[in-house]
Design a protein around this ligand. Structure first.
Ligand code: HEC
Ligand code: HEC
Ligand code: HEC
Length: 440
């Protein structure tokens, strides 16, 4: 009896040790030997890599406010704590100059750094994992030939248990899908290029898809169904698009290339840097491919006319509607008065005097048709200080000149008269909340 029990315990122990060893072997990743900084690559490859780096928005995340390009240190607020971006210039000590291509490839595809530690998925490797081998090599060549900057960004220190980086092995097991993006048969080459750019380098879904409780992107029908980024709402780009006028291929091209389309308005908030550093800089044919791909996602009927459901009013109708609102015909509400005195000079319909830059017609702005008022409130409180394109002009902040109640009155006036949607509820409190959140 006694010896049978001892045998049982022994076997249990062996099984536990084997399982622990297997888990360790699965989670543990070796460090990859440092190499001498790599110096010279063919010009053609560097061009290709520069295009992918722009599409991938490396510089948007890896540059601190007023910092040197790609030297890291930008704080990223996540539900799990603040994560700082790293220095990805080729400085051998503080950057990634000592990383071989294999080390770089492993980080970009599997989220494991050269020293074997796991990286957080705030770094969008779950998208870059789909880059083609040629694009990855070109990206490496490009990054390694940029100016080396000696700079040590702050360490990321998340609270327990998120500070245990090996836990990301489990996260990767659940959510990392490293399969390449296969061309879809029956679609054009341009469409397939757009699909690849959106899903791999461009990581559009990182902001435009909703996320689950573990911070992973929801897929399937949730793909590009609307998400959130740094306190901004990234509207749905699929058939759920709330835009009042359907997005055509041409409108998407204008928006992504120049940051503005007449029937949709300007790219602001966290979309402005996507355009400025990304879709405005990549090869023009690539911006077109993205537009072709997005236009196919069914956001309306794609011809700029009202769609069958009657949800979308034609431009002429919306314009007529708003012109009436802007002429201050009695009875004049407080909202109309605020709009006429603070906004109309730059946001008027028709022929009035033009100010510098563009004059977005606000009834086209998707921000007025969303379920939540965050984007329009942020526009008003903070204005537009760094537009997607310098020619678009700037908008002054109204943070100090309008109270929460005034902003709320103005916003609900625009919501009901321009968008003809029901008022947003509890708006003054929401404005107060957004004001304190976005205060710098
Ligand atoms: C959405 C923001 C974001 C974008 C865009 C982004 N990164 Fe990062 N990256 C991060 C964060 C955050 C980290 C650090 C993660 C951590 O500490 O676990 C990181 C880490 C890295 C690392 C690991 C460096 C190290 O020292 O461990 C590499 C390599 C890297 N990024 C390369 C790139 C390249 C190349 C691009 C463009 C194609 C890019 N990143 C775009 C956020 C981003
Ligand atoms: C960092 C987050 C982020 C990323 C990445 C991002 N977007 Fe956006 N996008 C936004 C936000 C926020 C808005 C709303 C901007 C506004 O209201 O001015 C937006 C707006 C848009 C719009 C206008 C939608 C409308 O109805 O007004 C389009 C089109 C768009 N994005 C396309 C893309 C594409 C294509 C990509 C990938 C190449 C992309 N976005 C990547 C955050 C992002
Ligand atoms: C000095 C001119 C000016 C004034 C005054 C002004 N704006 Fe703007 N506004 C702009 C410009 C220029 C843009 C586009 C900037 C960009 O995104 O690059 C803009 C963009 C916007 C947008 C985003 C539009 C879109 O296309 O999605 C909203 C919303 C907005 N303004 C609301 C207001 C409101 C409300 C007021 C009054 C409180 C106001 N603006 C006053 C110049 C102005």
């Amino acid at each position: 009896m006694k010896s049978r029990r001892a045998t049982f315990l022994l076997w249990t122990l062996i099984v536990v040790i084997v399982l622990a060893a297997a888990l360790f072997a699965y989670v543990w990743k070796p460090a990859i030997e440092p190499v001498q900084p790599q110096g010279s690559f063919p010009e053609e490859q560097l061009q290709r890599g520069g295009n992918i780096a722009a599409a991938g928005l490396c510089v948007v995340c890896h540059t601190a406010p007023n910092g040197q390009r790609n030297a890291g240190g930008l704080p990223m607020e996540t539900p799990f704590g603040t994560i700082y971006t790293t220095n990805i210039t080729p400085d051998p000590e503080t950057g990634i100059g000592a990383w071989s291509f294999d080390a770089f490839d492993r980080a970009m595809r599997h989220g494991v750094a050269r020293d074997g530690s796991y990286l957080y998925p705030a770094f969008p490797y779950t998208y870059y994992t789909h880059l083609s081998p040629d694009d990855m090599e070109a990206l490496y060549a490009y990054i390694m030939t940029q100016p080396a900057v000696r700079a040590e960004p702050p360490e990321t220190e998340l609270p327990f248990p998120f500070n245990i980086r090996p836990l990301m092995a489990g996260w990767n097991l659940l959510f990392l899908d490293p399969d390449p993006i296969e061309p879809v048969e029956g679609e054009s080459e341009e469409w397939n290029r757009g699909n690849y750019l959106a899903r791999a380098a461009g990581h559009c879904a990182a902001c435009h898809s909703p996320r689950n409780a573990l911070g992973a992107e929801k897929e399937g029908k949730h793909y590009l169904a609307g998400g959130e980024a740094e306190g901004w709402i990234a509207p749905a780009l699929n058939q759920e698009s709330p835009a009042p006028v359907a997005w055509t291929q041409e409108a998407l091209f204008n928006y992504l290339r120049y940051g503005f389309d007449e029937a949709h308005g300007a790219a602001a908030g966290s979309m402005a840097p996507v355009v400025r550093e990304g879709t405005a800089r990549i090869a023009e044919s690539d911006t077109r491919a993205l537009a072709t791909y997005l236009a196919s996602l069914g956001n309306g009927d794609g011809n700029g006319e009202p769609d069958g459901g009657g949800k979308q009013a034609a431009p002429a109708e919306t314009e007529r509607r708003t012109q009436a609102a802007a002429t201050l015909s009695p009875p004049v509400t407080e909202g109309a008065r605020l709009f006429a005195s603070a906004c109309l000079a730059c946001h008027h319909a028709g022929d009035g005097p033009a100010t510098f830059g563009v004059q977005p017609q606000l009834w086209f702005s998707t921000s007025l048709y969303l379920d939540e008022p965050d984007n329009v409130v942020r526009h008003i409180l903070d204005g537009v200080q760094s537009p997607a394109n310098d020619d678009l002009g700037y908008m002054p902040p109204f943070r100090h000149s309008l109270s929460d109640r005034q902003v709320a009155t103005l916003v609900n006036y625009m919501r009901t008269s321009f968008a003809q949607k029901p008022e947003w509820r509890d708006l003054p409190a929401k404005v107060g909340h957004i004001r304190s959140e976005s205060a710098r």
